[in-house]
Design a protein around this ligand. Structure first.
Ligand SMILES: Nc1ncnc2c1ncn2[C@@H]1O[C@H](COP(=O)(O)OP(=O)(O)O)[C@@H](O)[C@H]1O
Ligand SMILES: N[C@@H](CCOP(=O)(O)O)C(=O)O
Length: 355
C-alpha cells in the first residue's frame, strides 16, 4: 500500500460569504503513505504496530506525532471506526509535508481534516463517494466553507442541510467523542461506538472563476485560532447588516467568473458586516488594510477581505500584486505587525494518487 494525498489550503468567506463560500489555493498539505521498511522483511507475523508519523514544513515544531493525538490520523481513525475497523493497518509510515501556515485563516485545520478523511477512506478501502467524505469532515469541522473547498476545489458555495431532531443530535456530539485522543489498552474496546454522521449533511456548488484572477495572501506573523475569532462574533444581527451581505454575496459569486473581471462591481461586493467588523479587535490594521487599498490607487486590484477567520488578508487582483502586498505590509508595520506575502493561484481539489 503506497499512495499520496494532496489537499489544498482554502480561504473562506471572501468578504460577505461568512461560513458559506471558500476558495482553494496553491499551498498544500501532502501525506505520503508507504509500508514500514520492517514490514517488508517479515517472514513471521509481527505484533501490531501503529502508524509511524513524520512531519515537515509548517507547524513541524508543534504538531503531535502520536497517531492517536494528531488531528489527521485521529480523523482517519474516526472514519475507520465508523466502519467497524478499530485499528490502522499495521506497519505503515505516514509522512506529512505541510505548506499551510497554522492559525492564519488559510484553512490548515480544514486541510488536516480532509486529509484524515481521505486517509481513512484509503487505508480502510472504503470507496466512499464525495458526499459521504464531506459528511465525515463536517462531523469534525462544523462550518462547511473550508472543508468543502479543500475537498472539491475551486470557488465553492455550500450549506448544511437542516436535520431532524435525531440527526441534529447525532451531528452535534462533542468533538471529544468524535475524536477521542487515546487508544484503548490492549484487549479493551474503545467503549462507546463513535457517532456515525447522518447522510447528506453538506451540499455544495462550484462557481465559475475567471482565470485572470490571482490571490495575494498577506500573512501576519501571528496566529489567531478560529475558535477565538468566532467567539467575538455576536449571536444576532440586524436585518440591515444581513441584507448588506446577502446583496453583495449574490453579486460576487457571478462577478468573479466574468471576463474581464470588473473592479467596480467586485470591490464593493467583497465588503462585509457580519464578521470582519467584530474581528478587528483581534487584528490591528484590519480596517485600514481593507479600506485604504483601492482599485483607484492600486490598478489591478479587484477586492480585499479577511481570509477565513484571519489574521491573513486576501486581495484578489489581476496585476499589481507586489504594490498591493507592500502597501498592506506598510499598514501592518505601522501597527507593529510583520507580515509575509504570497501570490497564490486558485487550484483544484484534493487528490489521491496511488504509487
Ligand atoms: N497538518 C496538520 N496536522 C495536525 N494538526 C493540524 C494541521 N493543520 C492544522 N492543525 C491544527 O489546527 C490548528 C489550526 O486551526 P485553526 O485555528 O482552525 O486555524 P486555520 O485553520 O485557520 O489555520 C493548529 O493549531 C493545529 O492544532
Ligand atoms: N467561516 C469560518 C472560516 C474559518 O476559516 P479558517 O481558515 O480561519 O479556519 C470563520 O470565518 O470563522
Amino acid at each position: 500500500m503506497s499512495f499520496t494525498i494532496k489537499v489544498p489550503a482554502t480561504s473562506a468567506n471572501i468578504g460577505p460569504g461568512f461560513d458559506v463560500v471558500g476558495l482553494s489555493l496553491s499551498l498544500h498539505l501532502t501525506l505520503t503513505v508507504t509500508p514500514s521498511p520492517d514490514a517488508c522483511h517479515a517472514n513471521t507475523p509481527l505484533a501490531y504496530k501503529p502508524p509511524e508519523l513524520t512531519y515537515s514544513g509548517e507547524g513541524a515544531d508543534d504538531v503531535p506525532l502520536n497517531p492517536y493525538k494528531n488531528l489527521t490520523t485521529r480523523v482517519a481513525l474516526y472514519v475507520l471506526r465508523c466502519h467497524n475497523i478499530s485499528l490502522f493497518p499495521s506497519h505503515i509510515k505516514i509522512h506529512a509535508h505541510n505548506e499551510i501556515p497554522f492559525g492564519r485563516g488559510l484553512g490548515s485545520s480544514g486541510a488536516a481534516v480532509i486529509a484524515g478523511v481521505l486517509l481513512g477512506n484509503e487505508v480502510g478501502k472504503l470507496n466512499l463517494p464525495v458526499e459521504r467524505l464531506l459528511d465525515f469532515a463536517l462531523m469534525v469541522e462544523r462550518h462547511p466553507d473550508n472543508v468543502t473547498a479543500a475537498l472539491v476545489g475551486g470557488f465553492v458555495g455550500s450549506y448544511l442541510r437542516e436535520l431532524d431532531e435525531k440527526h441534529t443530535a447525532a451531528a452535534s456530539v462533542p468533538l471529544s467523542e468524535v475524536l477521542p485522543e487515546y487508544p484503548p489498552d490492549a484487549g479493551e474496546s474503545w467503549g462507546l461506538n463513535p457517532p456515525v454522521p447522518p447522510h447528506g449533511i453538506g451540499h455544495y456548488v462550484q462557481f465559475g472563476w475567471s482565470p485572470e484572477i490571482k490571490a495575494v495572501a498577506i500573512i501576519p506573523r501571528f496566529e489567531l485560532s478560529t475558535a477565538k475569532a468566532r467567539d467575538v462574533l455576536p449571536e444576532q444581527y440586524s436585518r440591515k447588516d444581513l441584507v448588506f451581505n446577502l446583496q453583495r454575496l449574490a453579486v460576487l459569486t457571478t462577478a468573479l467568473a466574468q471576463n474581464p473581471p470588473d473592479p467596480d462591481l467586485i470591490y464593493e461586493a467583497m465588503k462585509d458586516r457580519i464578521h470582519q467588523p467584530y474581528r478587528k479587535t483581534l487584528i490591528p490594521g484590519l480596517p485600514e488594510v481593507t479600506s485604504e487599498i483601492l482599485p483607484s490607487t492600486h490598478p489591478g486590484l479587484l477586492g480585499i477581505c479577511l481570509s477565513g477567520a484571519g489574521p491573513t488578508i486576501l486581495a484578489l487582483a489581476t496585476t499589481g500584486f507586489e504594490a498591493i502586498a507592500e502597501d498592506a505590509r506598510k499598514i501592518f508595520l505601522s501597527k507593529g505587525i510583520e507580515v509575509d506575502w504570497k501570490l497564490l493561484q486558485v487550484v483544484g481539489g484534493s487528490k489521491v494518487v496511488k504509487h
